[in-house]
Write a new protein. Sequence first.
Length: 360
Amino acid sequence: MPRVYNFSAGPAVLPAEVLERAASEMLDWHGSGMSVMEMSHRGREFTSIAEKAESDLREILGVPDEYRVLFLQGGATSQFAMVPMNLLRGKGGADYVNTGYWSKKAMAEAGRFCRVNVAATSEGSNFTTIPPREEWSLDPDAAYVHYTPNETIGGVEFHWIPDVGDVPLVADMSSTILSRPLDVSRFGIIYAGAQKNIGPAGLTIVIIREDLVGEPLPGTPTIFSYGTHVKAGSMYNTPPTYSWYIAGLVFEWIKGKGGLTALAEINRRKAEKLYSFIDGSGFYHNPVDPGCRSWMNIPFTLARVELEETFLREAKEAGLVQLKGHRSVGGMRASIYNAMPEEGVDALVEFMKEFERRHG
Ligand SMILES: *Cc1c(COP(=O)(O)O)cnc(C)c1O
């Protein structure tokens, strides 16, 4: 069975080179006589894997020294709660920018802990735009400002980092981290579930500025305090060791590709190919404002809705899978993360062209 082109939004495609390397190390990691899955997380072997992964990630992203990098469990969803639990620090409210499905999830969870000020929302456009910074109404006394740089379901992406003054900026970067260079120093906290651009599900990365660690709400469970994980080097309890190891292989792969500047160039080209084909066709449609279209997740609809099932079936026969849109919005969605080769996008465009010719 040859590899398919997998357009899943997550868990998503991983680089074939990474999977091959993991396969070759499966039974005996570097002469240890065991799989990484079978190692003690506190042993010398795994410690070296963990440290290498962190230092490679720091190098790729240019993480400044005053930031800690955590390798946790619980998914981005757990961060929807951990952020307010750890960052309120005596304040009663936080600012949230609502650009779609994942913003709303984060807001709903924060509402359990504090007053959520909706600083801006694009709900009026059915989340096909991003409210310009001049229109945000930020609360100068907010504990932090939270936003979602890439809405995985709506396919809306910020191509800029908002200036929010001295209030810590918090970003759910699950589906855009590592897609391009990033100025980490602009953020208080960056978090991301791994299963889009980093590695396997089960690992959650948190990058947190040191001064924000250490004053959780009274009653916060030990495991949900950032301080706990900072102090323990992400080894307070058993971390997701295998996912951490695979993430490390992905970081090495990124370095081999020439880092984030090189990847950004490829990602931009891949996205432009698909958008320009969709825009030039009378059969396919993407509703998102061209100024804030995602490089990673590209939703589209067919002019004839009744052909959706046929489209998905024929795409699958052509080796192009997981193109069905999210259950909340329908239609199609092509997720084209770092590990989706440019040839995969070319193959998708060819297929779409041919499908339109036959059915359009
Ligand atoms: C996938 C995703 C999530 C949810 O991540 P889990 O790891 O399943 O909790 C949250 N936010 C964004 C932007 C996502 O893409």
